[in-house]
Design a protein around this ligand. Structure first.
Ligand code: NAI
Length: 340
């Protein structure tokens, strides 16, 4: 570690990578972007101009091999998270990786092994919703017994229809709708229920954009997950929302219910006019979770600087991918799947 803070090498400067990079460069205390990597030349140019980063790489291994880094911050395509995390841990770096940790169970288990081999290195999977104040408060209430024993989670992730063309192109590297979107809902269900999934039954279709079917994916899905002890979750995803980015979650317990973000309002303003009563909605995931993205990056840096272990482990990353993968298999094979 240098006096100027944690020297971070960021991998991936796309839709989300640029936002993380801005946070790390200008808002996260104790952080410094020492190097950046992307396979898109214009993005490297952006990092030079906008962030003043001088060490720029189109090859991730070359960035790590050139040394001088304390941490790798992975916002690259999901299909390369696992290999990049393993390489960074092998080089003795602390690692933050965006979700999903990997796109197959086998590669997640390899990441887990690499992380356990370096217990002195911080490893954090970016399940950003856990850092959102409303989700964090819900967890605090549940742990304090506010709704008794939680037994049912219903959680939805929906993106605006206008982003569907981008999402079609994204499928080959994202692992598909369950691993890309529902992996968040699966992580929340595990977190809130305090139990592991035992079986899943997923279904879905390309109801609006036939292109998803041609890449083996769907634009709308729903799935039932049975957890240990008979606990349940219903997770759904949509890529065809017209009102905004609509992430919401409901947890039912033996003594009450908690609802989080049921209306994705962008402010507290309500408009009452001849058309009725309306609220404006958040447009995308970043507008909804911008505070949480900053908080998770700060937590990663603080864990390193203070020698703390983060609350999310590599095992959490594996479990969420395992369920996401089973959901994909269940959807494609049109049958329920038991987890081992
Ligand atoms: P994107 O497609 O806009 O950007 C991908 C970036 O990865 C590009 O900069 C590309 O150059 C880089 N990349 C790909 N292969 C690489 C390689 N081998 N070495 C170095 N760089 C490489 O994708 P987007 O939307 O920015 O997503 C990136 C990651 O962030 C994904 O894993 C996605 O699941 C995750 N994400 C998480 C969200 C959340 O809510 N936590 C929301 C959006 C994305």
């Amino acid at each position: 570690m240098r006096d100027s803070g944690l020297n971070i090498g960021i991998s991936g400067l796309g839709r989300l990578g640029k936002r993380h990079a801005r946070n790390l460069a200008f808002k996260v205390s104790g952080a410094k972007i020492a190097a950046a990597c992307s396979i898109v030349p214009e993005e490297l140019e952006w990092a030079r101009k906008e962030l003043g980063v001088e060490r720029l790489y189109s090859d991730y291994d070359a960035m790590l091999d050139s040394g001088g880094l304390d941490a790798a911050f992975l916002v690259s395509s999901s299909s390369v998270h696992a290999s990049q995390a393993i390489k960074a841990l092998g080089c003795g770096l602390h690692v933050f990786t965006e979700k999903p940790m990997g796109v197959s169970l086998a590669e997640c288990l390899e990441v887990e092994r690499a992380s356990s081999a370096r217990p002195d290195r911080v490893f954090l999977v970016g399940f950003v919703r856990r850092f959102d104040p409303s989700y964090a408060r819900a967890k605090e209430l549940i742990d304090g017994g506010a709704i008794g024993e939680p037994f049912l989670v219903r959680s939805q992730t929906a993106d605006l229809d206008e982003y569907a063309p981008f999402q079609v192109a994204f499928v080959p590297s994202s692992g598909g709708i369950f691993l890309d979107m529902n992996v968040h809902d699966v992580d929340l269900a595990r977190w809130f229920l305090g139990a592991e999934a035992e079986s899943v039954h997923a279904m879905g279709g390309s109801f609006v954009h036939g292109e998803f079917e041609s890449v083996g994916d769907a634009d709308n899905t729903v799935a039932i997950i049975r957890f240990a002890g008979g606990k349940m979750a219903v997770v759904s995803a949509s890529r065809t929302a017209f009102h905004g980015h609509d992430t919401h979650t409901e947890i039912t317990g033996s003594k009450g219910i908690i609802k989080i973000g049921m209306t994705p309002a962008s402010s507290r303003v309500e408009l009452f006019d001849s058309l009725g009563a309306r609220v404006e909605c958040v447009k995308d995931f970043y507008e909804r979770f911008s505070d949480a993205f900053l908080a998770e990056a700060q937590e990663f840096v603080d864990c390193v600087l203070q020698g703390r272990r983060p609350s999310i482990s590599a095992q959490d990353g594996t479990k969420a991918t395992e369920v996401g993968y089973a959901l994909t298999k269940s959807f494609r094979e049109k049958r329920p799947i038991d987890l081992a």
